[in-house]
Design a protein around this ligand. Structure first.
Ligand code: PGA
Length: 262
């Protein structure tokens, strides 16, 4: 894994956006895996800026989101569909037909999940997957003890995740759906590059366990230790529990400029 520690979340988001931009310039029909939550918001702002000010072209890009709540209509204010259109898609030149999210209203959930996996394969696989991390180490909604071999499927959120996400539902936990559809850990591991973002002291424990702890289903993100190209962009606060933070800084400081965005 490559650990990139930046002074704050804005700097880390900008650094991660440079990787996205490089990929899209080199491969205009790139397939991006996208995430929701507060963490990727600054990355999406920077992608929008790159589009508007530097002409970054998303017209041939396809996207697949990690997850969606079950039981929320697409136009529900807290659906991830709404989140993505409000925070990214409406402000770049992506084609609506190239945008994919799991269908939280599917009548046949297993069939819909299988179709999602097929659609990813048909698009050529995910080139770059953006990930946040839950305070319990989840990626997508793959909560602790999720199988490392899992594919897109229904999951039940932990009570901790329901509590964490209540802030988006007027602080009312009873409004947070308890079920979701999420890409599996196996699906995430198939992406050619994984780009994880984590900011703030609340993520420091999960980041340290992911990067320096044992690979363990209790810490789903730790599977990224087995991914050949996993990059972790964090701010100082999220880096505080890392034993080898000085080493990661030393590695990054010694990289030639051209290699930083590779
Ligand atoms: P957050 O969520 O970005 O809102 O902290 C991350 C996650 O749950 O994966």
């Amino acid at each position: 894994m490559e650990i990139i520690i930046q002074s704050d979340a804005v700097a880390a988001s900008r650094a991660s956006a440079r990787l996205v931009a490089r990929l899209v310039r080199e491969k205009p029909n790139a397939v991006l895996g996208l995430a929701t939550g507060s963490t990727p918001l600054m990355l999406y702002k920077e992608m929008i800026r790159l589009h508007k000010e530097e002409g970054l072209d998303f017209s041939r890009v396809a996207t697949f989101n990690l997850d969606e709540y079950i039981g929320l209509e697409k136009d529900h204010p807290q659906s991830y569909y709404t989140f993505m259109w409000e925070n990214l898609f409406s402000q770049i030149n992506i084609k609506p037909e190239n945008v994919h999210l799991p269908d939280g209203m599917a009548k046949d959930v297993p069939a819909s999940c299988a179709a999602y996996e097929q659609a990813i394969i048909a698009a050529g696989g995910i080139d770059l997957q953006v990930l946040g991390i839950g305070s319990d180490g989840h990626i997508g909604f793959n909560e602790p003890t999720s199988s490392f071999a899992s594919r897109t499927r229904i999951k039940t959120l932990t009570q901790q995740t329901v509590q964490d996400n209540a802030r988006f539902f007027d602080g009312d936990e009873s409004k947070v759906p308890h079920h979701c559809i999420t890409m599996g850990i196996g699906t995430i591991m198939d992406a050619r590059m994984n780009l994880m973002l984590a900011f703030g002291a609340g993520k420091a424990g999960a980041v340290a366990a992911t990067v320096e702890g044992p690979v363990c289903a209790m810490m789903p993100a730790s599977i990224l230790q087995h991914h050949p190209v996993a990059k972790v962009f964090i701010d100082e606060a999220a880096a505080t529990a890392l034993q080898l933070s000085d080493y990661y800084r030393w590695i990054y400081a010694g990289k030639p400029e051209w290699q930083r965005d590779a």
